[in-house]
Design a protein around this ligand. Structure first.
Ligand code: WQD
Length: 340
């Protein structure tokens, strides 16, 4: 299929582009480079051996989005594009609602006008909110998130569900990611957050490569085995494979719209992740324990059964794979992707 990947120059989008090409699909990328760099595309072409066409437009511009669909033959869309920083979304809710919702609405309208009926959406485990029983299962109904970022994911899942109810041709997979980490084994692409990393793994990697002095562990007094929070980390290569599996199963789904957890089903603590990264680097890494971060939940992980039974997908990479691949990427790219 010819697949439009929105946000295809981003962290998860770029890894998914490679997996789609490896699975025999053609890819077109649309990305406004608001949280990615054009140099990623050159890396993708070098790694995949194919030309990757890019439309550098803002999907909130309905006119430009329409012109993209008029120019390109598209069979399916994988929709990653969106702002994703939880803390920033609390400070700038209007930016997040405007960007994440308008880009999705433009996309859905253009898909309808051009008879594109296959859609895979990048959702998040954050939609389960604070009260869902762990492990999270897809049939949990009280979806709500504590951040405007997470709420955009809840709203977009609802929008897609309603649009599919009105158009029986539409097939939508809602992929709820847990904690994506790691990098392509080549070390040529990986997670490259701009500014101070919000997330654990890129922060640890920047400490290891000498860009940051030390990691602050946000609290070690949680009701968990070692007192630090536990999360379901999954390798971005496994996550990319999950997108290919979902795309290729869209026409066979038991319902027109279907949510799938993409996780390992296992929780790993912050301290355990630090120790795994130290094994990858071969030395101890400096950290100190600080206060809890507002909004952090003690522990959650996926029940990945549905993706296993309905998509034939399961995560296979280990925590040590995640750390070794992240470290290879960070060592080869201490400052992340070049600007040009
Ligand atoms: C993991 C653990 C922190 C940084 C977030 C978003 C979620 C999704 C994934 C978009 C927590 C601890 C972190 C640090 C630390 N993003 N930590 N020191 O919060 O589980 O999920 O990213 O979809 O929506 O909420 O991931 O990596 O930020 O934190 O101790 O410098 O690491 O407290 O326990 P999180 P995270």
């Amino acid at each position: 299929m010819r697949v439009l990947v929105s946000g295809g120059a981003g962290y998860i989008g770029s890894h998914t582009v490679l997996s789609l090409v490896a699975a025999g699909h053609d890819v077109v990328v649309v990305d406004d480079y608001s949280n990615s760099k054009p140099t990623v595309v050159g890396r993708l072409e070098a790694l995949s051996g194919v030309h990757v066409p890019v439309h550098a437009i803002d999907l909130t511009d309905a006119g430009k989005t329409e012109r993209l669909f008029a120019q390109e033959r598209i069979d399916a869309v994988v929709h990653f594009a969106g702002y994703k920083a939880v803390g920033e979304s609390v400070a700038k809710p209007l930016d997040y609602y405007r960007n994440n919702l308008d880009s999705t609405l433009s996309l859905l309208e253009a898909m309808r006008r051009h008879d594109v009926h296959r859609l895979v959406f990048s959702s998040s485990a954050t939609v389960y909110g604070e009260h869902a029983p762990v492990p999270y299962t897809e049939d949990y109904e009280h979806l709500s998130s504590s951040s405007p970022y997470g709420q955009t994911k809840v709203m977009i899942e609802r929008i897609m569900t309603d649009v599919a109810a009105a158009d029986p041709r539409l097939r939508v997979a809602l992929l709820r990611y847990f904690n994506p980490v790691g990098a392509h084994p080549s070390g040529q692409i990986g997670e490259d957050p701009q500014g101070i990393p919000n997330n654990l793994m890129p922060f640890i990697a920047q400490v290891a490569v000498g860009r940051r002095d030390k990691l602050t562990v946000f609290g070690d007094d949680y009701p968990t085995a070692d007192g630090t929070c536990e999360r379901d980390y999954l390798h971005v290569e496994d996550l990319a494979a999950g997108h290919v599996a979902a795309l290729e199963h869209l026409d066979d789904m038991v319902a027109p719209v279907r949510a799938f957890n993409l996780g390992t089903g296992t929780g790993t603590s912050v301290l355990a992740m630090i120790q795994a990264f130290e094994r990858a680097v071969g030395r101890e890494l400096p950290y100190e324990v600080g206060p809890r971060r507002a909004g952090d939940l003690p522990a959650f992980w996926a029940d990945p059964t549905r993706a296993q039974t309905e998509l034939g997908w399961q995560a296979v990479k280990t925590i040590d794979d995640m750390c070794a691949d992240t470290w290879r990427w960070q060592q080869a790219n201490p400052q992340g992707f070049p600007d040009a």
